[in-house]
Write a protein of this length. Structure first.
Length: 311
């Protein structure tokens, strides 16, 4: 067993427009890092958090990273183990890019690797979902599953949990813009309607099926045509300044698709190449700047690897 390990876990784009709570994919950047060290006395403690501006709890029972590691150690009956955790936030909190997910996954991947992998990555997902439940009140898997498994993941079912890794076009690039506005995940979830019209559900089913088919066929045009959301986006887009103007800007810059990442406020586009993705982010950022709204941008292919050991 290693005494010290450093792990990176990636940000993720959840929902992927039409796949609310059932689709997500990982990106290369941004992401979070965890440094984990063995200690003599049993238990899990957090010794340091950076990059969070003091927003995250140091209490091991309340922090998503340490709490999920505690659940994990109890499950594998190794509560005799003691670890100290340093969490280094390398991505913005409340961005809609799976910030809590990246932290939690980094911690779980670190402890599992440190103990010579008693569980598979798939088996780690429920523990990561516990962390999500602590962070935003809902233990969904559309961030944690792709963060752990890498690539595109479909959650076919939650009870029982049934995860399916999907193929995707290797040339696909993701252009992400995180506007400097506040959209808390809990609030964004509460806006969603609990009942939908059958005609809207039929449209949504067709789009989800089309998106999955497009990924399997590596048909970027079909992927683009299918990324339309008639259920959640019309409500959540209200929270994002100039959402439809941003979409128009992205599409004019060559985007294949445009939508909200997770619960927002980050927005993302698919592009056929890196050059187009960079053009999309720069034009959206320029538009936001003209509205006196700051933003961060990220351009990345789909990350097929998931978490990785840095040292």
């Amino acid at each position: 067993m290693k005494d010290t390990i450093r792990v990176f876990a990636p940000a993720t784009v959840a929902n992927v427009v039409c796949g609310f709570d059932i689709l997500g994919f990982a990106v290369d950047a941004p992401g979070d890092e965890v440094i984990m060290r063995r200690k003599a006395e049993p238990g899990v403690t957090i010794t340091k958090i950076t990059g969070d501006e003091g927003r995250l709890p140091m209490d091991a029972a309340k922090n998503t990273v340490s709490a999920s590691v505690q659940h994990y150690l109890k499950h594998i009956e190794r509560t005799d183990i003691g670890v100290e955790i340093e969490l280094h936030k390398k991505m913005p909190i409340g961005s809609g890019l799976g910030s809590s997910s990246a932290s939690t996954v980094a911690g779980l991947f670190a402890i599992n690797t440190m103990l010579d992998e008693p569980l598979t990555r798939d088996e780690l997902v429920p523990f990561a979902m516990k962390g999500e439940e602590l962070a935003c009140g809902s233990g969904h898997a559309d961030n944690v599953a792709p963060a752990l498994l890498g690539g595109f993941v479909l959650i076919r079912s939650y009870e029982p949990l049934d995860l399916i890794k999907l193929p995707y076009p290797e040339s696909l690039y993701c252009a992400i813009v995180f506007p400097d506005v506040d959209v808390p995940t809990r609030d964004a979830r509460q806006m969603i309607r609990s009942k939908v019209l059958l005609k809207d559900a039929v449209i949504q089913w067709g789009n989800v099926a089309g998106l999955v088919s497009g990924l399997f066929m590596k048909d970027i045009d079909l992927i683009g045509r299918s990324m339309k959301d008639v259920l959640v986006e019309p409500v959540r887009s209200i929270l994002i300044p100039d959402f439809y103007k941003l979409r128009e800007t992205a599409m004019e810059a060559g985007a294949v698709s445009f939508g909200i990442s997770g619960s927002g406020p980050s927005v993302f586009s698919f592009a056929r190449d890196e050059e187009t993705a960079n053009r999309i982010t720069s034009r959206i950022q320029k538009h936001l700047s003209e509205r006196q709204i700051g933003s961060l941008t990220y351009v990345s292919p789909v990350n097929g690897e998931g978490p990785k050991v840095l040292g």
